[in-house]
Design a protein around this ligand. Structure first.
Ligand SMILES: NC(=O)c1ccc[n+]([C@@H]2O[C@H](COP(=O)([O-])OP(=O)(O)OC[C@H]3O[C@@H](n4cnc5c(N)ncnc54)[C@H](O)[C@@H]3O)[C@@H](O)[C@H]2O)c1
Length: 245
């Protein structure tokens, strides 16, 4: 897929960028000329997914560790001289119906999605405020907007991300910062984990008749992260082949 964005001179932080949608997003920013800092809790996947490069820095960080996130953002700022873009993409699922859900399953999902999004946002906003410029893109889900059986933890986290996105968008709009979200539907390891039968059912329910490639999510993130999108904030953009209609 050809990339027409130009992020030369910008620095982007992408969480969960070792694989899947985050990898495609980080790759888009890199191809468009940005410096990219990739935060992921999986050091082996990071090493497999990214070759050394002057404009790439990888960080084995768990986004639920708020102190480690703050320290990493400070390191990235020192490395790049600024942070213009943050994409909160890291995520997990721990699916089961609510009456079988353990405390660990509940807390783990809330902590990664909502806690991680909070930790990175809290760390980057002061830098963006000082610069008078910032683009934050969060990743929600169809489930966070409409619910899905077996995913009450994930729905609560992703619904929380929608509310968080709109609130931080209001808090930061006057400082040249936009905060938006995408709601993806892409063929990744997370989706394939449901198994072939469920995957076929899910595919049939998409008006476009297919799951997207992760790169198609990156295109939407590129639009929201572009300098020219300054007047777009607090928006949840479904990139889902019509699923949420
Ligand atoms: N694939 C889809 O169709 C779809 C749909 C809706 C929402 N999403 C969301 O998109 C995002 C990316 O999903 P994906 O499909 O690429 O999944 P994926 O499982 O392929 O990738 C998730 C990445 O996040 C990393 N990660 C997980 N927990 C982490 C933590 N605590 N700290 C740092 N990194 C962590 C993983 O190591 C992995 O590299 C997630 O937030 C997911 O909920 C995906």
């Amino acid at each position: 897929m050809s990339i027409s964005f130009d992020f030369t001179g910008r620095t982007a932080v992408v969480t969960g960028g070792a694989q899947g949608i985050g990898h495609a997003i980080a790759g888009m920013f890199h191809a468009a000329g940005a410096k990219v800092a990739i935060l992921d809790r999986d050091p082996e996947a990071l090493a497999a997914g990214w070759a050394a490069d002057d404009r790439i820095s990888t960080h084995a960080v768990d986004v639920t560790d708020t102190a480690a996130v703050a320290a990493t953002i400070a390191d990235v700022h020192a490395w790049a001289g600024g942070i213009d873009i943050a994409v909160n993409n890291a995520g997990i699922t721990r699916d089961t119906v609510v009456w079988k859900m353990t405390d660990d399953q509940w807390r783990a999902v809330l902590d990664v999605h909502l806690g991680g999004t909070f930790a990175v946002t809290r760390a980057v906003v002061p830098l963006m405020r000082a610069a008078g410029y910032g683009r934050i893109v969060n990743v929600t889900s169809y489930t966070g907007l409409h619910g899905t059986i077996g995913q009450s933890n994930y729905a609560a986290a992703k619904g929380g991300i929608v509310a968080f996105t709109k609130t931080v968008a209001k808090e930061t709009a006057r400082f040249g910062i936009t905060v938006n979200a995408i709601s993806p539907n892409a063929a990744t390891a997370m989706v394939q984990a449901v198994g072939p039968e469920r995957l076929a059912e899910m595919t049939a329910s998409v008006p476009a008749g297919r799951f997207a490639e992760p790169e198609e999510m990156a295109t939407a993130v590129g639009y929201l992260a572009a300098e020219q999108s300054a007047y777009v904030t607090g928006v949840v953009l479904p990139v889902d082949g019509g699923l949420a209609m």
